[in-house]
Structure formats: C-alpha cells, structure tokens
Design a protein around this ligand. Structure first.
Ligand code: IMP
Ligand code: MG
Length: 202
C-alpha cells in the first residue's frame, strides 16, 4: 500500500516500508479479551462508591498516588468517578526489565512531589503480581508518615504472590496470566488498548 497524505501510521507499520514490528514476528500479540472497557467502567463506578464512603469525613483532600505508568488510565478514570475532594500525585518505579518476568528488584524512578506527612494517601496500582513492587511502595510511602495509607488495584493476580500485601480495594481477580491493555504494557506496547487482554505468547 502506498503511503498517502492521510496515512498517519508510522512508516515502520506499512507493508511497503520493508520494516516489520519485532513483536509481530516473535509472537506476543494481545489475545483474548479478559476485561472489557465496559466492565472496567462499571467496576470503577462501584470502587468509587466504596472509596467515597471510606473517606467520607476524612480531614483534608485525599491524595491519589498514581503508580506510573501502568495505572495512568485507571487513576484518571477513578479520579473522575470519585466525589470526595482529592489531589493527584505520581510515583514511578520499575521492577520489570524487558519481557514478562519481574527482575525481583524494585527501583524508584520518580518520587512524589506532594508532602504526604499527615495526609490520607491512596496508592493506585494497575496490577499486584508478586507483590514486590507494592511492598516496596508501602515501605517507601510510610516513611513520609501519612495519616493513612491504603491501596486500590485494578487487577490482582494472587497466584504469583511472593510478598503478602494488603489490597484495600480491588477491581478484578485474574488467573496467573500476563495481561496487557488499559495501561498495562509489554515492553511499553499495548498500554492504549481500552480493555485488558491476555497475551498470546504462542
Ligand atoms: P509485582 O511487583 O510483581 O507485584 O508487579 C507489579 C508491577 O509489574 C505492576 O505494577 C505492573 O507494572 C507489572 N506487571 C505485573 N504483572 C503484569 C502483567 O500481567 N502485565 C503487565 N505488567 C505487569
Ligand atoms: Mg509495567
């Protein structure tokens, strides 16, 4: 196909460019839809009702702490579903190298900028897998001496837990499969899929 003036796809995706996306030849394409965008939206509305109730009457605005980058969309949608006063901050950590296995060590890439001392803080995670990232975050954020520290996670994969972590609000419990979409990536790809898909690794 010739590249027309209205074709905004990057050149490497076009069949006449000669270049091929490596993920498309090595397998690792998003497969079965596990959670649809409609199911996510409905569950977020329920979670927001629970969270609104849990913080009703709390002193000061809640700090929603987005754990970058996976919970970007979840934080954005949850924040807009909540009625309580809130602020948003973000923290970035990395535990995965390339691929679908955790490296086992957690690295802080970007710290919070809001002073969290005496504040009610709700960490917003995309998925809890081994629990290593979350236990690191609990310890790290506790050092700021928040008034309270809780966790909401869109997804939970309890089958792979290596460290026990408390999840105060949970969207969906999934079987032990690597998933992508709605913020979750494979080597930075597929975050923008509207639903959550199991990765077809065949
Ligand atoms: P944990 O430290 O093993 O619990 O993993 C936490 C982080 O690893 C999550 O916040 C995700 O960024 C990433 N992760 C874990 N499981 C998946 C998955 O199935 N797909 C994409 N990313 C994942
Ligand atoms: Mg990730």
């Amino acid at each position: 196909m010739a590249r027309g003036t209205h074709d905004l796809r990057p050149a490497r995706w076009l069949s006449d460019s000669g270049a091929v996306d490596p993920l498309e030849v090595s397998g690792g394409l998003p497969g079965r839809l596990l959670v649809s965008r409609e199911q996510i939206a409905a569950r977020i509305a329920e979670l927001a009702t629970e969270i609104d109730a849990a913080y009703a009457g709390a002193a000061g605005p809640l700090v929603l702490l987005c754990v970058l980058k996976g919970s970007l969309f979840f934080t954005a949608d949850l924040a807009r579903a909540l009625s309580i006063p809130l602020e948003i901050d973000a923290i970035a950590v990395r535990s995965y190298g390339a691929g679908t296995e955790t490296s086992g060590t957690v690295q802080l890439l970007k710290d919070v900028t809001t002073p969290l001392g005496g504040r009610h803080v709700l960490m917003v995670e995309d998925v809890i897998d081994t629990g290593l990232t979350t236990s690191f975050l609990y310890e790290h954020v506790e050092r700021h001496r928040p008034a309270s520290l809780r966790l909401v996670s869109l997804l939970d994969k309890p089958g792979r837990r290596r460290r026990a972590v408390r999840i105060d609000f949970c969207g969906f419990v999934l079987p032990d499969e690597f998933v992508v979409g709605y913020g979750l990536d494979l080597d930075e790809r597929y975050r923008n899929l509207p639903g959550v898909h199991a990765l077809d690794q065949s």
